[in-house]
Design a protein. Structure first.
Lengths: 295, 295
C-alpha cells in the first residue's frame, strides 16, 4: 500500500468483471485505504470476500457507500436508477460518485437528478474488458495501457476530476475527458456497432440447420472465431448499452446498412474494382491504429 | 530433410503469404525433394530466392511445373484461368494439381476443363492465414493445428488424395475431405461473411468526418480493433473470393440482414428481452468452439 492513498474509502457497487478488476488494481497499487463492496446476489458477495479483493461486503448500497469519499457504480446500466435510489441516503457530503458504464449521455440524464447536490458526479468509462463475466474473471492489470474516458458535466468540480483522474492513472490508464454526447457517438462506432454485428452474425449461425451449424463450429476460421469471442460478452450489460445509446447506435446501423447494401450489390453485379477499392482503403485505418499503438 | 519426401518436385505457382508458407513448411519437414517457384513479378521471384524458401524460380509457369509431381496454385482466384492455361503445356503425366483457394466450386468449374486428363486434380483449402501478404510474411508453422479441406471431384484418384493428405499432415494440418458445394456454404458463413462485414464496418468508419475518424482510431476498443485486423487482409484475394462464391455469400448476407433488421427494430422499440435472449444464445456457440479446441 502506498503512503498516500487517493481515497480513504472506495465503495464499489457491482462486483463483476469491471468492479472486481478495479478492486484488485486499487489494492495492488494502494490507491484507497479500504474498499467496501456491494452486490445484489449473496453468492457474489461471498465470492468477493473469499477472493479477498474487498475489505467488506454489504447487501444495502446505502451502507456500502457510508463514509466513502469515492463511490463507483459498476453494475449494468439498466440498474443504475435503482442503485442510485438505494444508495442516495448513505452518500457522504463531498463524495465523488462515478461509474464505468459504456454509455454516458443516459447516465447523466438518469442519474444526476437522483443524487444530492452535495456530491461530485463525474461519469467515467474505462475502455477495457474481456468476454468473461463475474467476480472471478477480474484481474488487476485489466486497465493498464488502456484509455479511461471521463465525461464531467458542465461546471463539475476540477479537484474532483483531478482525484478521479489520478485513481485511473494509478491503475495504469490514460485518462481523457470529453463531453458525453461525443463519447456516445465515438463508442457507437468503435464498440457498440462491432458488438451488435458480432452478436448478429453469431446469431445467424445459431439458426442454421444442425449439420451445417456443427460444421461452422468445427471449421470456425479466424474471422468467425473472433466474432464469437465478442458475442460471448455479458448479455445484460450489452442489452443495456444498446437500449441506452439507442439514437447513436441506430444512426451507425443505418450507415453500416447502406454500405453493406452497396457491397452486396457490387458482389451481385461482379463489380471487381469497387470491391478491391474498398478493401484497399480499409487497410489504411488498420495502419492508423497500429501507428497509434492500439493494435 | 526426411528420408522419404512425399513429392520429388513441388511447383508452387504464387509465392505470397500461403505459397511462401507452404514452401517453408515443406522445407522444414523435408516433404519434397525440391521446390520450384513461379511468381508473376520479378521482385517477388528475387525476394523468394533471397529468402531461400524455393530452390528455383521461373517466370514461365510451364517451366516451373515441368517435371513436378505436385503443382500447387497459390495465386488469387481471379488469376487461376490464366495460370492454368500458361502451365498446362508443361504438366507432367500423373502430376497432382491442387490449389489453396478459399472457394472450391468455381475452381472445379473453371479449372478442370483447362487441365489435361493425364493429371490428378484435387482442390484444397488450408484454413489458415494472417492479415499480412507477400513472400516475407509467410512462416513454416502457419498450418500447424489447422484444418486443410480437400474437395476431390467425384471419381478422383484415391492414391493422389492420399499423397496430398500426407503432404498437409506433414505440415501439421488435420485433413478432411468434403464436396465443393458444401465447402463453399460452410466457408461463406465462417469466413467470407465475417470478412465482408469487417470490411464494411471499417469502411463505414473510413467515411466518417475527419475529427470523428481520428477519435475512432485513437479509441478503437476491442471490438473495432479486431475488425480492422480482418479488414487489413489482402484486397485482391478477397475481391476474388466474393466474386467466386457469389451465390453462397449473397445468401448468407440476406440471412444476416434479416437478423440485423430484427435487432435494429428491437433496439428502436426497446425490446429488452429479445436482445438479452439473443445475446445469451450466442454464448453457446462460443462454448461449442472452445470445446472443439478452436479458440
Amino acid at each position: 500500500m502506498s503512503d498516500t492513498p487517493i481515497f480513504r474509502r472506495l465503495a464499489l457497487l457491482g462486483l463483476g468483471l469491471i468492479g472486481s478488476s478495479v478492486a484488485r488494481a486499487v489494492k495492488k497499487h494502494g490507491l484507497a485505504g479500504e474498499i467496501a463492496g456491494h452486490a445484489r446476489s449473496a453468492e457474489t458477495r461471498a465470492k468477493a470476500l473469499e477472493l479477498g479483493f474487498v475489505d467488506s461486503v454489504h447487501e444495502d448500497p446505502a451502507v456500502a457507500v457510508a463514509g466513502a469519499d469515492c463511490v463507483m457504480i459498476c453494475t449494468p446500466l439498466g440498474s443504475y436508477k435503482s442503485v442510485a435510489e438505494a444508495m442516495a441516503p448513505g452518500l457522504a457530503k463531498g463524495a465523488i460518485v462515478t461509474d464505468v458504464g459504456s454509455v454516458k449521455g443516459s447516465v447523466i440524464r438518469d442519474l444526476a437528478p437522483l443524487l444530492p447536490e452535495t456530491v461530485h458526479f463525474i461519469p467515467g468509462h474505462p475502455l477495457a474488458g474481456t468476454e468473461h463475466s463475474g467476480p472471478e474473471s477480474g484481474f488487476a492489470e485489466l486497465f493498464e495501457g488502456r484509455f479511461c474516458l471521463l465525461t464531467p458535466p458542465p461546471g463539475a468540480d476540477e479537484a474532483a476530476i483531478d482525484r478521479l483522474t489520478r485513481l485511473w492513472q494509478g491503475m495504469g490508464s490514460t485518462v481523457e475527458t470529453m463531453n458525453a454526447e461525443h463519447h456516445d457517438q465515438v463508442l457507437a462506432i468503435v464498440s457498440h456497432l462491432p458488438h451488435l454485428i458480432a452478436y448478429t452474425i453469431v446469431g445467424t449461425a445459431t439458426d442454421l440447420e444442425d449439420d451445417l451449424k456443427s460444421e461452422v463450429i468445427k471449421f470456425s476460421a479466424t474471422g468467425f472465431r473472433d466474432f464469437t469471442r465478442i458475442a460471448a460478452s455479458d448479455p445484460v450489460m450489452w442489452r443495456d448499452v444498446f437500449l441506452n445509446n439507442k439514437e447513436a447506435v441506430l444512426n451507425v446501423i443505418q450507415r453500416f446498412n447502406e454500405d453493406l447494401t452497396a457491397l452486396q450489390r457490387a458482389i451481385r453485379w461482379g463489380e471487381a474494382d469497387k470491391l478491391q477499392d474498398l478493401f484497399t482503403r480499409t487497410r489504411a485505418i488498420r495502419r492508423g491504429i497500429i501507428d497509434a499503438n492500439q493494435a
